[in-house]
Design a protein around this ligand. Sequence first.
Ligand SMILES: NC(=O)c1ccc[n+]([C@@H]2O[C@H](COP(=O)([O-])OP(=O)(O)OC[C@H]3O[C@@H](n4cnc5c(N)ncnc54)[C@H](O)[C@@H]3O)[C@@H](O)[C@H]2O)c1
Length: 258
Amino acid sequence: MRPPSENNVPLAKTMTLVTGARGALGLSICQAIQAEGGNLIATDIQPDAGDSLKLGRNDQYVSADLTDAGSIKTLWNTVEDSGLRLTGLVNNAGVGLTKAFEDVMEAEIDLSLSVNVKAPFLMSQGAVKHFRNKGIAGSIINIGSVGSFVGTKHYSVYTMTKHAIAGMTRSLAVEVAPEGIRVNAVCPGPIWTPMLAEAAANTLGVATPEEVAEHHGVPRGKLGQAQDIANAVCWLLSDKSGNCFGSLLTCDGGYLAH
Ligand SMILES: NC(=O)c1ccc[n+]([C@@H]2O[C@H](COP(=O)([O-])OP(=O)(O)OC[C@H]3O[C@@H](n4cnc5c(N)ncnc54)[C@H](O)[C@@H]3O)[C@@H](O)[C@H]2O)c1
């Protein structure tokens, strides 16, 4: 067992790579890390960082298509060539799919598996290699879902990918824990984002967050916000969660508790 060379670091001294940074949750996660003084490598398939994400002096944006293993390799080469000491990875990029089981096309299965499962796997391989080479007790956060635990009608492909995230989180956590590297997941319940609005319209025929909360019987009586997920991610990135290895932290207004 190798003792971690870096621990007890405040978030302010960290450098975190966030995937899906242009999306609803990704943007909020990036902003929350910045608000705590952390530095960022933000990445998304979009060509640039867009208007909402304000990059600081030590932040950078790298465009990458995570369905392409070559693109992921180039992303890690960029990190290594910059001489950066990355302390965290947030595997947030994801695609949703809401369709009746028999209507799902093979290409849709392939895309979902590629973005939601294979990409976090390959990204985590890059992160573990980086942490080991630099002797960093880094932290990997995977964004799962309540779909990491339960099934929902018309969500078979999405649920399959998020169950896979639960399995990968646990297995990798066990493998790298002796090195002080922590792997955990945040599992959001329904959060009112464009991804959820589209799914709600397609599957439930409802158009408001209140209707979605009522439909699912969310005990809190309302949906969570992107900021709720960002707060959970920041906590798991920080040393305050230093005894969490392989945790699947639900953040769902009680969705799974009833
Ligand atoms: N919104 C919710 O209610 C909810 C609930 C549970 C879990 N989640 C999970 O949270 C994460 C973020 O969801 P969101 O609601 O912000 O979705 P979103 O669609 O707003 O953001 C997803 C981001 O991933 C990026 N992306 C997609 N394909 C990519 C690719 N091939 N390469 C690189 N980037 C790619 C998109 O460009 C987008 O910016 C996802 O993993 C999702 O499954 C969301």
